[in-house]
Design a protein around this ligand. Structure first.
Ligand code: ADE
Ligand code: ZN
Length: 325
């Protein structure tokens, strides 16, 4: 099997990481105390006991309420620095960090509080050995109007945000609901990715819409593309990036989807591995690669390819990419 030291030694990009999903129980409790928020638990064991998920919906119903402890700019800063330290230890040289402004603005936290806290950490990231960037995600279970307002709110901070994504509950919330918002975001200069979660009712049609109507450069998860070989061929030809999260998959769908991830990799698609919500699922990027490599008996060359893919499909400056590759 492939040792962790080898995996961690490879320079890599993490491209599918929800910053709110890096809130470890210890920091959650500290922020709850600091902000005087009663989260109903007072020990790490009690917090962990609430982490039993059977699907995406049950995960999200624990995930969103926990965000109550994130109140001040300092909280968002501290959360991000804690993540960056862990990422650096796993060999991450580039982190493209998702954040969900609506999960905060909807409970009265100003957009500026969120972005200022995240941004000061992004600026500190190089001192931790990481080149970091922010991707703003719209919550697909909120209205298109709310996404539009969020896009508007982001425009004064356009230079701090590299792209937009789409996350949260996919059921009944297909990509076309956000076609206009994504078109406006693209016009504003944002790069585009979006979640096409595992085994959704309309997975394959949502993937087709993401590629054809929205025109995304990357798909987050997206392994259901295997149901349509013509879409696989198209994604390969266009160099579409995939950000797959095996440990997360094993929580929200009961299986890693390791065979599917490996098949896409072996067919030459630009597959990368990431950790999604590591504080909840218990694996940062190195752990995700190790779990996949073990389950699928990946070769060293394949593990190297996963790391190279992540850098290639990242949205870093070309000059930086050349240094890493
Ligand atoms: N938000 C955070 N994690 C998510 C996931 N795995 N799918 C959709 N939305 C999310
Ligand atoms: Zn995700």
């Amino acid at each position: 099997s492939i040792d962790r030291e080898f995996i961690d030694s490879l320079p890599k990009a993490e491209l599918h990481l929800h910053i709110e999903g890096t809130l470890e129980p210890e920091l959650k409790l500290e922020l709850a105390r600091r902000n005087g928020v009663d989260i109903g638990q007072s020990t790490v064991e009690q917090v962990r006991a609430t982490y039993s998920f059977t699907d995406l919906t049950s995960f999200l119903s624990v995930y969103y309420p926990a965000m109550e402890v994130l109140v001040t700019e300092q909280d968002f800063h501290d959360l991000t620095i804690a993540y960056l330290r862990r990422a650096a230890a796993d060999g991450v040289v580039r982190a493209e960090i998702f954040f969900d402004p609506q999960a905060h603005t909807s409970r009265g936290i100003a957009f500026s509080t969120v972005i200022d806290g995240l941004w000061s950490a992004v600026q500190e990231a190089p001192s931790l050995g990481v080149d970091a960037a922010l991707i703003m995600c719209f919550l697909r279970d909120h209205s298109a109007e709310s996404a539009r307002e969020t896009l508007e709110a982001s425009l004064p901070y356009r230079d701090r945000i590299v792209g937009v994504g789409l996350d949260s509950d996919e059921r009944g919330n297909p990509p076309e609901k956000f076609a206009e918002v994504f078109a406006a975001a693209q016009n504003a200069g944002y790069r585009m990715t979006m979640h096409c979660d595992i085994d959704q009712e309309q997975s394959i049609s949502n993937i087709a819409t993401a590629l054809h109507t929205i025109g995304v450069e990357r798909i987050d998860h997206g392994t259901n593309i295997l149901e349509d070989p013509s879409l696989v061929a198209e994604a390969k030809q266009q160099g579409i990036g995939f950000t797959c999260c095996p440990v997360s998959n094993s929580f929200v769908t009961n299986q890693m989807k390791g065979a599917e991830i490996t098949q896409l990799l072996r067919e030459g698609l630009k597959v990368s591995i990431a950790s999604d919500d590591p504080a909840y699922f218990g694996g940062y990027v190195g752990g995700n690669i190790a779990a996949l490599a073990e389950a699928q008996q990946l070769t060293r060359d394949e593990v190297v390819q996963l790391a190279r893919n992540s850098l290639e499909i990242s949205w870093a400056d070309d000059a930086r990419k050349q240094e890493w590759l």
